[in-house]
Design a binder for this molecule. Sequence first.
Ligand code: LLP
Length: 449
Amino acid sequence: MTDATARYVYPGEPPLHEHLWPDTARVSPEGRLSIGGLDVAALAREYGTPLYVYDEETLRGRMRAFRSAFAARWPESAVAYAGKAYLSLALCRLLWEEGLELDAVSAGELGLAQRAGFPAERIHLHGNMKPDNELDGALEAGVGRIVVDSLDELARVAALGEARQRRIAIWLRINPDIATETHVSIQTGHAGSKFGLTITGGAALEAARRAAASPWLNLAGLHAHAGSQLFDATPATRVIETLATLAATIHEQTGSTIRELSPGGGLGVAYLPDERALAPEVYAGAVCGALRTASERLRLEPMRLTVEPGRAIVARAGVALYTVGPRKARPNAITLAVDGGMGDNPRPALYGARYHAALPERMNAPATESVQVVGRYCESGDVLVQSASLPQAKPGEILAVPVSGAYHLAMASAYNLVPRPAVVFLRDGRARLVRRRETLDDLIRLELT
Ligand code: LLP
């Protein structure tokens, strides 16, 4: 075995890699995993599988950790959760209760948040291609900020402002030309990325000039996002330096004073036992330190700082539960099939993402083999866990995959017409079904004959 996880195949392996599971995860002396005071396998049997469970205490804990980490280090800060990581009515209510703002990227995300009672002025709208009706709808709803991604869009927003006889508050999305060490598909701040206005090409400054000249635009802030699943804060601090320098140039050249700055999101999480992510406090320390240094050096007006974590808030709170099916011996691996896969979690197929897995009814049993957990979808690439060290799993057993809370359900599809999973929130020994399992009726409801 050359796989990094293979070395965990030995008797006496710790039953729980705590940094991969929700805060309330416990293992009973009998080896049963519970979350939020509830037996995980029993939940899987009650609600059926695949099932996604979220621990509310972990969700709230991560929201508070980010809020307090930034509030303690910067006079005026906001944490705007990136809804693309996972959004539901239930989650929106928690976000609102915990004082977060929201980064939305579509009329869908915006509309769902509004239905949950989330005020539109606490939402900012991203996107490199915002259809006219979505832009108009967002203005109608009264979103707090439109994040303008191109010169073309700037003109469209100004025209919409004029049509409404209203000044629109915008941020400019900047392409900071910063490389990151992460999967190529989730690098967003390099020069070749489709996102944002370039600095070297002059588009960013030109946009600032046009915004300053328009009576319908209020250039409130600058934004950039370097990439996702990052294990160090350097890209974020470099984004801060780049944006601060641009803010100073804009002031010099156009007279506009930028009062808001956002280095986006991107803080990574551990998916595997030997990975470790930065704590929100460490990340906040680096980001706020960079902003302090740049502000002093460039003599900038006090800035409102907005960060946009997605994954780092929800990933570890969520656990995916599957039922184990057939097992096969293949030349390179033993495969274990489960009743989910790339439909509910496309990340392994899209990014080669790696995961940990466990049997929640036998957490204390020593791992005796390394298996490849494969999904049920009709594609050879539907491998959910490349290498899982487990006791020999029997058909019908429940398999749990931790760190499943971000970019699974949000990117899930009904491929092969397999219904999407149900979602249960857990808290203080109580389970709350927050999304029912999709049905065949749901899947064919939009068909016309
Ligand atoms: N802000 C902006 C402008 C973004 O584009 C993103 C993510 C975020 C914030 C939140 O980033 P986070 O804190 O979650 O890393 N589907 C991929 C991740 C795509 C991220 C896209 N943008 C994955 O599963 O790894």
